[in-house]
Design a binder for this molecule. Structure first.
Ligand SMILES: [Zn+2]
Length: 343
């Protein structure tokens, strides 16, 4: 089968299209023909190499996969060949305390596809049956592959971690990112007032289309000052962060009394300052969030399958042009998901 792999870490040019053997399935596994696999910033980090993290090389990226079931193992009973499906973006042991209490994203063996495990930049992938979720006919593969990682991450941040309630004010950083565009829609669906940030007029207009009530230009405006102006000096109840160093201080300054800041990333840097005087006197909470549980994925997919949450697609590239897809993300030109397609 065809696969895009890298044999050493580096720029987009290390991604090469190769012929490799098809994966075997175990009795509890399903073989899926990949039709679409979306690109995440995570892919760029793994490709470039992360300090202190070692990956088995050559490596196949890709956490977000949609395709068709071609074969099922003897122990499988729920999924059948021919079904159109998407895959949970991570696997876990299904046997530990965390997994058995439904909090599988805390499992010591929790592994995101395309990071600790080989991912979906290839024609066939073998995964456990529980990771396979059938999709409705009206959802195409490109849209299906754009959903799992970012909608799961945004859902877990807002509900699993920040405990979002209807009517709260939410600040979403980076509306053009996958997590940002998902968080705006989810918060609006739950009758929250959403302030989003974006860079430049074109991206600001798209943030408004997604439902944001107010949009701040994070290139030219002071985020915290605008949030204070919009909320009558109160601040927001929840800040959805994933930008990191570049926006951290403004994000913290945007919190209302007892506000919660939840972060799932540090795209612009991880070394940030925390002023304890504000943390205790304003009774703020800072929380980390990583992916989400399999149960939460099923929950958020109900809204996607009903058409109430919509993936935002920027562009598609054939698998062989994975390097060009990575460059599109690196240049920060995209609004929404960049997706690799396979025939
Ligand atoms: Zn486990």
């Amino acid at each position: 089968m065809k696969a895009v792999r890298f044999h050493q870490h580096g720029g987009p040019e290390v991604l090469v299209l190769e012929d490799i053997p098809e994966p075997e399935i175990r009795a509890d596994e399903v073989l899926v023909r990949v039709h679409a696999c979306s690109v995440n910033h995570l892919d760029l980090f793994v490709r470039g190499g992360l300090p202190g993290v070692r990956y088995a090389l050559p490596h196949i990226l890709g956490a977000d996969i949609a395709g068709e079931v071609v074969r099922v193992g003897d122990l499988c009973w729920r999924v059948q060949p021919g079904q159109r499906v998407l895959l949970a973006p991570a696997t876990s042991c299904r046997q530990c305390e965390w997994c058995l209490s439904g909090r599988d994203n805390r499992c010591a063996k929790y592994a995101v596809l395309g990071t600790q495990l080989d991912g979906g930049y290839r024609e066939f992938v073998a995964v456990p049956e529980w990771a396979v979720i059938p999709i409705p006919d009206e959802l195409n593969f490109v849209h299906a592959a754009s959903v799992p990682l970012v909608f799961l991450t945004a859902w877990h941040m807002l509900f699993g971690r920040a405990g979002l309630e209807a009517g709260e004010d939410v600040l979403v950083l980076g509306a053009s990112s996958g997590v940002g565009s998902a968080a705006i829609q989810i918060a609006k669906l739950f009758h929250c007032r959403v302030i989003a940030t974006a860079g430049g007029e074109a991206k600001m207009a798209k943030a408004t289309e997604l439902g944001a009530d107010f949009v701040i230009d994070h290139h030219t405006q002071n985020i915290a000052a605008e949030v204070k102006r919009i909320t009558g000096k109160r601040g927001v109840d929840v800040v959805v962060e994933h930008v990191g160093a570049a926006t951290w201080d403004r994000s913290m300054q945007s919190l209302a009394p007892a506000g919660r800041l939840v972060t799932c990333g540090a795209t612009t840097g991880y070394d940030v300052k925390l002023d304890l005087r504000f943390l205790f006197s304003k009774q703020q909470t800072v929380m980390g969030s990583y992916m989400g549980t399999l149960g939460e994925l099923h929950r958020v997919l109900k809204f996607v399958f009903a058409g109430k949450l919509k993936p935002v697609i920027d562009s598609t590239f054939p698998l062989a042009e994975a390097a060009a897809a990575h460059r599109r993300l690196e240049q920060k030109e995209q609004f929404g998901k960049v997706v690799l397609t396979l025939p």
